[in-house]
Every structure is written in structure tokens, then in C-alpha cells.
Write a new protein. Structure first.
Ligand code: DX5
Ligand code: ZN
Length: 221
């Protein structure tokens, strides 16, 4: 299983966004993770299509857009037009999950579903066939730099088992508190795609940190 490292620009210095993205590319990042927050689904506000479009101009890496918003379907078209490759919506914010996932794929993007720490994996049993990525939140969403919730490791294993039982080759992503100290546990449990904000951007050498995160996974492979 290959490892994908997705630095989250939530922790980047926006005055130097071009340099920050270039640094991720040089460090071997696989995806760029973009956190969209609406101040309603989560208690924080960030950015929308304009920033996705800006990042699109700065890199050709896939853009992994995490929608922490209510009524996410309002933004699908604009975000795909802005250059998003993956759109991940929250199970808790999407009462018509099946239809919304189908819509994302119809627009040509990969469809992801995220689960808050309090939402069981089993709630996705009826949409497994519609998803390209299952995101297990390893913190309560809203802010960077929070502490990893240990219980998530079991959920990662459950997520992988659910996908496997249905023969679904979807990615299992983790987001929140991922660092050189927590990443291997997630990898061992079945995650293959790792969002890292603080661990990368607050590191002394962010380029090297991306490689270190990746190596922690191969160490246990
Ligand atoms: C949190 C966001 C994350 C955040 C992760 O709600 O979804 O993507 O940037 O930040 P770290 O890696 O610092 O926990
Ligand atoms: Zn995120």
C-alpha cells in the first residue's frame, strides 16, 4: 500500500503561500489538503473557492478539499471548477449522503466522506459503494495543532475492514494530530493517506519532516 502525505495549508503562512506550497512540493508531498470551514458546522472560519483556485495555480499536485460546512452541496461545482480533485464531506452534515457523493463523482472529482470522532464507522455501510475515500477524523474538526485522539486507531481498523469486506479499494485518510509519533499507529491500523498541518509547517525543516512522516510508515510495513 502506498503512503500519501497531504500537508494542510491551515498551518501555512498565508503571507508566503507560494513558498509554502513550493516547499511541500520539494519535500515530496503527494497532495495538498485544503480545509474549508464555515463557522457553523465547526467553530472556525477559513476559505473557499478563491483560495482553492490560488493553490491550483501554485501547484499541479492533487488538491484534497475537506468541507467542514453545512449544506456542502452548494459548493461542489465552484470547488471542482476551482481545481479541487477530491471533495470530502462530513457524514454529520450530509443527510442525503448517497446523492451528494454521486454528485461529486458526476462532476469528475473523487468523493470522500469524513467521520467526526463521535460518529461510528457503521453509519457508512449503505454508501460504501459510492466512496473513493473514507476520512477518519483523529481530532474534533475546527483547528490545527490539536492532540490526536487514541480511540481513532480502532476506527481506522474498522473503516479498513468495512471497505475490505465490500471489496472497495477506497483510500483511508486520517486528519488531526498526525505527527512522527502518531502516524505509524494509523498506518498499521489501515490508513494510507495522512493529513499533517502542524507537524509539517511548525517543523524546523518541513521538507525533511514530510520524508520522516513517510519513513515512519515504511518502518512498520
Ligand atoms: C482540523 C483540520 C485539519 C488540520 C489538521 O479540523 O481538518 O486538516 O489542518 O491540523 P494538525 O495536523 O495540526 O492537527
Ligand atoms: Zn482537514
Amino acid at each position: 500500500m502506498s503512503v500519501r502525505i497531504a500537508p494542510s495549508i491551515l498551518s501555512a503562512d498565508f503571507a508566503r503561500l507560494g513558498d509554502e506550497i513550493a516547499m511541500c512540493v520539494e519535500g515530496g508531498a503527494d497532495w495538498i489538503h485544503i480545509d474549508v470551514m464555515d463557522g457553523c458546522f465547526v467553530p472556525n472560519l477559513t476559505y473557499g473557492a478563491k483560495v482553492i483556485e490560488t493553490v491550483r495555480r501554485l501547484t499541479s499536485l492533487p488538491l484534497d478539499v475537506h468541507l467542514m460546512v453545512v449544506e456542502p452541496e452548494k459548493y461542489f461545482e465552484d470547488f471542482v471548477a476551482a481545481g479541487a480533485n477530491v471533495l470530502t464531506i462530513h457524514q454529520e452534515a450530509a443527510p442525503h449522503l448517497h446523492r451528494q457523493l454521486a454528485r461529486i463523482r458526476e462532476l469528475g472529482a473523487q468523493a470522500g466522506v469524513a467521520l467526526n470522532p463521535s460518529t461510528p464507522v457503521a453509519t457508512l455501510a449503505d454508501v460504501v459503494d459510492e466512496i473513493d475515500l473514507l476520512l477518519v477524523m483523529t481530532v474534533n474538526p475546527g483547528f490545527g495543532g490539536q492532540r490526536f485522539i487514541e480511540h481513532s486507531v480502532q476506527k481506522i481498523a474498522q473503516a479498513r475492514a468495512l471497505l475490505h469486506s465490500r471489496g472497495r479499494p477506497a483510500l483511508v485518510e486520517v486528519d488531526g494530530g498526525i505527527s512522527r509519533d502518531t502516524i505509524a499507529r494509523c498506518w498499521r491500523a489501515g490508513a494510507d493517506t495522512f493529513v499533517a498541518g502542524n507537524a509539517v509547517f511548525a517543523a524546523k525543516d518541513p521538507r525533511a519532516e514530510i520524508a520522516t512522516l513517510r519513513s515512519r510508515c515504511s518502518d512498520v510495513a
